[in-house]
Write a protein that binds this ligand. Sequence first.
Ligand code: CMC
Length: 434
Amino acid sequence: MSDTDNKNSVTVTDNRTGHSWDMPILEGTCGPNVIDVRKLYSESGCFTYDPGFTSTGSCDSSITYIDGDKGILRHRGYSIEDLASKSDYMETCYLLLNGELPTKAESDEFKNQITYHTMLHEQMLNFYRGFRRDSHPMSIMVGVVGALSAFYHDSTDIRDPQQRLIASHRLIAKMPTIAAYAYKYSIGQPFVYPKNDLSYAENFLHMTFSVPCEEYKASPALVRAMDRIFILHADHEQNASTSTVRIAGSSGANPFACIAAGIASLWGPAHGGANEAVLNMLQQIGHKDNIPKFIERAKDKNDPFRLMGFGHRVYKNYDPRASVMRESCHEVLEELGINDPLLELAMELEKVAVSDPYFAEKKLFPNVDFYSGIILRAMNFPTSMFTVLFALARTVGWVAQWKEMIEDPGHKISRPRQLYLGSDARDFIPVDKR
Ligand code: CMC
């Protein structure tokens, strides 16, 4: 980010008083410039107003770049297409956390560090047993991740770089175990301990789908698909859950509590919960003959129904993750020999929606969640686990963004202001006079 000379600024004039204020324009490496309004309030007495943050840059960051018009997503400069086809999730995690791709030795050391932390404190299993069996696995995940701070006191001091590092590694390493245990608990099967000679993705499949009484070997195609799904969800700059993690972290809260806050934010259907909602929607549509009816509902202002898996705050073009996911979806279904009518339905729905003027005008295209549910279903995950997988994969992004914020010496507690529209001061009326 470079500061600028006086010419590179905007001037705001208050037409009531004729006062003007100059605000510098800051330039990033790429992407839109930002108007630096930090001094606006102290100089003018006015706040900026931007509910939903549609025009607000909340921080500077060097981790992820998105060009929503061109459909570009890059982590530390590397395209998501390259990472999805040439890298693996562990390497992508290292890149997000450290800024560079690892050498072979760094990669081995990182994998070793993550592998070393995959087990959960045995006492935590009692924590699971306190949940109802029919709990949504996301509710278990929010609770268990928040509870990590009660079990790992030696990694909650955010001022200590070593503790920050261990907390980051613990979160990435334990998330698959936490997610798999949430699933096992919900179906009444025993928890399966991690096996540290397996890759990250394979270990997760092993803990999720194996049972102690039988041999389990995940097919290489499934392991590859799982790993790729993790890469595609690893980070996405300042989305709702990441901003939640940063805001929670800005107060100095411990990292486990901050990530639990991020998981809670991700859960909603407008964010990570959309993958679950897409599958429910496809099942509700049921047959391609019903597509026009649902398209009409999505376009009707008086109907709250939206086409789930469509549209994005940033992408006004194809979500590049959706294109990779679509390709992966075909590959997985082919390898598994599955002929899923929902995939046919999804492709038909996509075709009808993208050629409809409403979706074209509003630049609504399929997002990452549109196809991910179909792959996850083919892999035998129940719908309620879809958002859990998103949270698992996104943990590294949350951790990298949290770490970047904590390590910025200029970071401040996040404290937005408001436009107050409530009552002005009024006299208190005793209850017998109301
Ligand atoms: N179906 C029908 N209309 C839509 C849709 C949709 N999926 N998405 C947006 N619109 C319309 C919306 O009604 C609005 O119309 P108008 O301007 O006439 O009022 C216009 O498009 C702009 O929508 P918005 O809600 O103001 O846009 P936003 O940037 O606030 O919302 C979004 C983005 C992702 C929440 C929204 O597109 C949506 O609800 N999509 C469905 C849920 C979904 O798939 N979410 C996953 C996002 S990708 C994964 C992730 O990163 O979490």
